[in-house]
Design a protein around this ligand. Structure first.
Ligand SMILES: [Zn+2]
Length: 96
């Protein structure tokens, strides 16, 4: 399931930017032991969308998105891709 190599550079940057928002919102977590391994955080998807919309409204968006819908779609796609409950390498999961 390696579709990253088919992505254009623009798609890759959007994907990364969307991932950073999801991480900042707590919707995704990165394993503290394995860089690059992501799993679900304790926040719902909508938290990331709200945060992204706030950034956008404040003109703080230095992201790579074409518009708000593109931004939302990218976040939904990223969160959907990392829907695992735990790190696929060590089984670490989000804890309070
Ligand atoms: Zn891990």
């Amino acid at each position: 399931m390696d579709d990253t190599k088919h992505m254009t550079e623009e798609c890759g940057r959007r994907f990364e930017a969307a991932k950073q928002i999801a991480l900042a919102a707590g919707v995704l977590k990165e394993c503290e032991y394995h860089k690059g391994f992501f799993f679900k955080g304790d926040k719902e998807l909508k938290n990331a969308l709200i945060m992204a919309n706030n950034y956008y409204s404040q003109g703080r968006s230095n992201y790579e998105f074409r518009d708000k819908k593109d931004m939302s779609d990218s976040i939904i796609e990223v969160v959907g891709k990392y829907s695992s409950e735990k790190c696929s390498s060590c089984g670490h999961s989000y804890e309070e």
